[in-house]
Design a protein around this ligand. Structure first.
Ligand code: FUL
Length: 487
């Protein structure tokens, strides 16, 4: 009877969550959708539209649909190349600032239906989403809020048009997993022949609340990107680089679409009350759209690896743009570079020297096996170590093979409970004693540190500051492969 009572009490404790590290007091955490999104790590952007044919970055809005004619368009080539690069979702510019639509929208004549492509019978959003579905690639869409073609841009009538287009895109093309809202709004444009500058009030013109409702209603699984989130936010630059300190928390009252402080977005806000994942957008070439003159200016595999460390390795998502050429294909050199990039990364992170190593900690939550230090080297993303509930500092030691050198360090927090660690360093036991080999601030979903190659028999992780009970889900040390060199 006594035993039964004990079992019942234990059950009750686990039901009420008391046996969990104090999660609720952290207040801010991701939605399940955000956790899944961040684990994609790499998302691809496909800037392909009228600009591809006019050699521009921002079309004025007066371009003739007759110019749009990709002769060998093959969305499956895009998807396969992206897959080989480790990209898990592709986002297509269905409409860029010049207003030309890659699908036969019922609400405008400025679209593919008046182009020579497939004699006006083509639909590239359809081809794109079908290719993604075929190869298990998630599909996202970019619909520029700014429209330099539309006569009513700047008035309420344009907003009705914009919402109608969004509904079209989210109703007719299967599952869409991300919608990308760009904050750019330059002012001048064709605007149905008016050829003038139209300034809108960035804070009040777009009905973002209604727009978000449309997205979530028609595509509940979709995440929304904008300067201000709500699910994913801009990182504050177009170079693909996140702040070394990067909080997924943000105070959303401080940011607006098209009107946000880039430094604030770049590091996030330790005190922020919303969870908004940072995404580092950058193009594999200097421009977002394809330009033949940039054929030799693609980023090398090593440069892409460098960007991976500065995005994914700093708790953000890497959003890499690959612009199809006028034929409608990714350029071969871009494809080869992306493929090599993935090979280098896979090689670097193949052998974790700390895999299944013995780990000890000076504090364990409830002294329970569920939270034991060994969970950080078991290769299981779900399992984790946590310190005792009242602790904000902790120290863990990991035995490693002292004959092998390493130069890459990986740390991961179980971010489903929030982002907690704010200061840490890494020490290595060498014949002369403990030596500090790396240090950092935030960790988040993934933190990668690069050091010069070194060997030792034991690693110590010191956590110096956290906003809640510190916890770690994964730890690793690796030796960089050839090509993983710049830093
Ligand atoms: C910017 C746009 O103005 C660029 O053309 C590009 O689409 C980039 C991703 O976002 O704001």
């Amino acid at each position: 009877m006594k035993n039964l009572f004990a079992i019942f009490a234990l059950l009750l404790i686990s039901q009420t969550g008391i046996s969990q590290p104090d999660i609720s007091s952290n207040k801010v955490g991701p939605s399940a959708k955000q956790v899944a999104y961040q684990s994609l790590e790499m998302v691809g952007f496909v800037h392909f539209n009228m600009n591809t044919f006019t050699d521009k970055e921002w079309g004025y809005g007066d371009e003739s649909p007759a110019l749009f004619d990709p002769k060998k368009l093959d969305c499956e080539q895009w998807v396969k190349a992206a897959k080989d690069a480790g990209i898990k979702e592709l986002i297509l510019t269905a409409k860029h600032h010049d207003g030309f639509c890659l699908w036969p929208s019922a609400y405008t004549e400025h679209s593919i239906k008046n182009s020579p492509y497939k004699n006006g019978k083509g639909d590239i959003v359809k081809e794109f989403t079908e290719a993604c579905a075929k190869y298990g690639m998630k599909a996202g869409l970019y619909l520029s809020p700014w429209d330099r073609n539309h006569a009513e841009y700047g008035t309420p009538a344009y907003l009705t048009y914009y919402k109608n287009q969004l509904r079209e895109l989210l109703s007719n093309y299967g599952k869409i997993t991300e919608v990308w809202f760009d904050g750019a709004n330059g002012g001048d444009g064709y605007y149905g022949g008016a050829k003038e500058t139209r300034k809108i009030d960035k804070k009040s013109y777009y009905p973002w609340k209604d727009i978000q409702e449309i997205v979530y209603k028609l595509q509940p699984a979709a995440s929304i990107f904008s300067d201000a989130g709500p699910d994913i936010r801009w990182i504050g630059n177009e170079r693909g680089i996140a702040g070394e300190t990067l909080w997924s928390m943000l105070d959303r009252t401080k940011v607006a679409v098209g009107d946000a402080d880039s430094d604030y977005l770049n590091t996030g806000d330790y005190y922020g009350s919303s969870w908004v994942i940072g995404a580092c957008d950058v193009s594999i070439r200097p421009g977002w759209f394809y330009h033949a003159k940039e054929d030799e200016s693609f980023k090398t595999p090593s440069q892409l690896v460098e960007l991976y460390y500065k995005s994914v390795g700093r708790n953000a998502v890497f959003l890499l743009n690959i612009p199809p050429n006028r034929d409608g294909l990714f350029a071969e050199k871009d494809v080869a570079s992306m493929k090599k990039f993935r090979e280098i990364l896979d090689k670097t992170f193949k052998d974790n020297l700390a895999s299944n190593s013995k780990v000890t900690a000076n504090t364990v939550f409830s002294n329970a096996a569920k939270f034991s230090p060994g969970n950080i080297t078991d290769g299981d993303q779900e399992s984790y170590w946590a310190a005792a509930g009242d602790k904000r500092q902790a120290s863990l030691e990991i035995a490693i093979d002292s004959t092998k050198k390493f130069d890459r360090i990986l740390l991961q927090e179980p971010v489903r409970f929030g982002q907690r660690i704010a200061s840490f360093d890494i020490q290595l036991l060498r014949p002369g004693g403990w030596q500090t080999i790396a240090s950092g601030t935030s960790i988040g979903f993934k933190r990668l540190l690069r050091i010069t190659p070194i060997a030792g028999s034991k690693i110590r992780i010191n956590i110096w500051d956290a906003n809640n009970t510190p916890a770690l889900s994964n730890f690793g040390v690796f030796k960089a492969a050839g090509g993983d060199t710049i830093f």
